[in-house]
Design a protein around this ligand. Structure first.
Ligand code: FES
Length: 179
């Protein structure tokens, strides 16, 4: 007569209490290891994404070019990268300023953003005026308001000459004035 051997892998088979407690132990170890792996991978990732939000904006000087690159009396548009922007800001981190060489050593710079609602102003050299295309704001060459809705003058940006190089003070770029 054939002997019937119970199939231990069958769900119908009963596991011994020892076997059950070992399974539970391995289940718990698997869950703990899974959580540990998630933490090891997740914490640096979250830190990478959130850290820039808490970083203080840099306060450096941005190089614009050599002094000899700029003609005395000319007002030119210079492109700058907003140093306070987030690493993933892309093209939106780009901005601009109006730079004028006043004499051999002296430069002045203005934000391109109109103080009314932030539109970029244009320099009209023939008229000697900054014009805002959005609502007709007009500024004199020194940045003071000539006409239109702008409530205050164009924002002046700090600029200096160091080692023959023209540099603009980095910092958050003002879009509108809140005065
Ligand atoms: S944004 Fe320049 S006049 Fe309104």
């Amino acid at each position: 007569m054939n002997e019937i051997i119970p199939n231990k892998s069958s769900p119908a088979s009963k596991a011994s209490p020892e076997e059950m407690s070992r399974r539970r132990f391995f289940e718990k170890v698997s869950i703990a290891l899974g959580g540990l792996c998630a933490a090891v991978l997740g914490v640096p990732l979250v830190g990478f994404v959130l850290a820039p939000l808490f970083r203080r904006p840099p306060n450096d000087w941005l190089p614009l070019g050599q002094v000899s690159d700029f003609e005395i009396g000319k007002t030119v548009n210079v492109t700058i990268t907003d140093p306070s922007s987030l690493p993933w800001a892309g093209i939106s981190a780009k901005s601009a300023a109006w730079l004028r060489r006043v004499n051999e050593e002296q430069f002045i710079a203005f934000s391109v953003h109109c103080t009314h609602m932030g539109c970029p102003v244009r320099w009209l050299s023939d008229a000697g005026l900054f014009m805002c295309p959005c609502h007709g704001g007009v500024y004199y060459a020194d940045g003071t308001v000539a006409a239109g809705p702008p409530p205050i003058p164009l924002t002046r940006l700090a600029v200096r000459v160091a080692n023959g190089q023209v540099q603009l003070k980095a910092g958050p770029i003002p879009i509108t004035n809140t005065l």
